[in-house]
Write a protein that binds this ligand. Structure first.
Ligand SMILES: *Cc1c(COP(=O)(O)O)cnc(C)c1O
Length: 441
């Protein structure tokens, strides 16, 4: 599973108390579809309502990515160029939150898996690099995408720069206005970034007429990015979450965490908290633990923490729905609030998605994972408490995972000696205005 050319010193560079546990970059992605007791319901062609065929997705995605979307292989080899780029920041550190434990007065053992060390500041390059790579080797010259908070756009912009691809990003209007640094980051990498809904696409123009005051949504931005990709034979579309292949790419997080817990002398994790937007960081962290539960009978609890303002799992329905507002994507079986749901413009822009990854939706529906929803004031309070104990300012999205764990500890549910893992999906260094606003309230 691991090889020796990784650089374990990555783990020491963070300067955070507690300890960072060495491990290596996985050689394969893990695909939980191989271990689930029932197959994940297939994506459907919206016209025929038949399972979509791989070739129907070819206008949008690289063939290798489509193959992964349908794959039930347990392990998929990570191509050497992708792994080489990963090794710039992977393995990402697993850190014992010793000072936070002390402040909380808990005898539970609290760890966080920190994805904020990537160049873009979140877990998203784990998939962006893979997607750019496969598109580049298959001859695509341009990728289009949507972005909410800007993390995915920045990650894909970086990956496209590394593989010499053009990159066109549609950013949800509320985030475009509130987070100018993300656009600057994308442009520094050479990408173009537009506020969505834009006047560059038919779907965008229609939405601007129908909803002139809209703050935008990921669903709308997806419609625009897909339209541009479908109309350009040299372009493909790229999605930063939700789809099976994205969850597969993110599995490096959980595989490393399992090895790192072992290296720290732990038997495993008792409970894992991850924030849930479209499900990619949570899926990446939790799927390898879920696979262990299914294959080896371990009993790691896996908890999705979503925002109360966009509670797709806890308040949505489990049914087939479109991934975008213009109803152009295949139908995905998922927990959904409906494609016309436009959440309040909360700070955690990356969690403002109406649906949830089909893989995770299926696992939750089978009772293999749990979900809770927390309000923004509670998540930011947790983020600030974490920053003051551990030094890292978490991304607003990641504060949900922290708040889930803190709530678990403070409400007395955590047993002495229990091992708790928080998925810290990114840093909040470009989200400081959101913290400033919270502190002044
Ligand atoms: C995008 C993002 C998320 C939410 O997306 P998922 O696909 O649910 O992981 C969470 N955290 C950070 C830091 C993000 O950038």
């Amino acid at each position: 599973m691991t090889s020796s050319n990784a650089n374990p010193s990555t783990n020491k560079d963070l300067g955070v108390q507690g300890y960072a546990v060495p491990s290596e970059v996985p050689t394969h992605w893990y695909n939980v579809m191989a271990d689930l007791p029932e197959a994940v319901p297939p994506h459907l062609n919206p016209g025929t309502r038949e399972p979509i065929k791989p070739e129907e997705l070819e206008p949008l995605f690289a063939k290798a990515l489509i193959a992964q979307e349908f794959s039930t292989e347990r392990y998929i080899e990570i191509p050497a160029p992708v792994r080489e780029i990963y090794s710039q920041w992977r393995p990402s550190p697993l850190i014992r939150a010793a000072r936070l434990e002390q402040r909380l007065g808990t005898k539970a053992r609290l760890y966080f898996k920190y994805e904020g060390v990537s160049p873009a500041g979140s877990h998203k390059p784990n998939s962006a690099v893979a997607q750019a790579y496969y598109n580049a080797i298959e001859g695509t010259t341009k990728l289009t995408t949507e972005t909410g908070a800007g993390q995915w756009g920045a990650s894909l912009a970086m990956a496209c720069a590394l593989f010499d691809l053009e990159c066109e990003v549609y950013q949800v209007r509320s985030s475009f206005d509130a987070k100018p640094y993300r656009r600057m980051q994308m442009e520094t990498y050479g990408a173009s970034c537009y506020s969505s809904p834009s006047d560059r696409t038919e779907s965008g123009r229609k939405m601007r007429v129908d909803f002139p005051d809209t703050s935008g949504s990921l669903g709308m931005a997806i419609s625009e990015a897909i339209e541009v990709a479908v109309k350009d034979p040299n372009a493909h579309y790229s999605l930063g979450s939700v789809l099976n292949h994205v969850v597969i790419h993110q599995s490096v997080i959980g595989q490393e965490a399992i090895e790192q817990l072992k290296a720290a002398g732990e038997k495993g994790a008792d409970i894992v908290f991850g924030c849930a937007g479209g499900g990619s960081n949570l899926g990446g962290l939790s799927a390898p633990f879920l696979g262990q539960n299914l294959r080896e009978g371990t009993k790691t609890r896996l908890v999705a923490v979503e925002p109360a303002a966009c509670p797709s799992i806890t308040q949505g329905e489990y049914r087939y729905d479109f991934g975008d507002t213009s109803n152009t994507t295949p139908l995905l079986k998922m927990y959904t609030l409906g494609t016309d749901f436009v959440p309040d413009p909360i700070h955690a822009g990356g969690l403002r998605y109406h649906g949830m990854a089909p893989i995770l939706s299926h696992a939750i529906n089978l009772g293999l994972m749990e979900a809770i929803a927390l309000p923004q004031d509670q998540t930011f309070a947790a983020g600030i408490e974490f920053a003051r104990a551990e030094g890292i300012i978490p991304a607003p999205e990641s504060t949900h995972a922290i708040a889930g764990a803190l709530d678990y500890i403070k409400s007395g549910q955590a047993q002495d000696g229990e091992v708790i893992v928080i998925g810290l999906s990114g840093n909040g260094n470009l989200d400081l205005p959101a913290y400033a606003q919270t502190l002044s309230e």
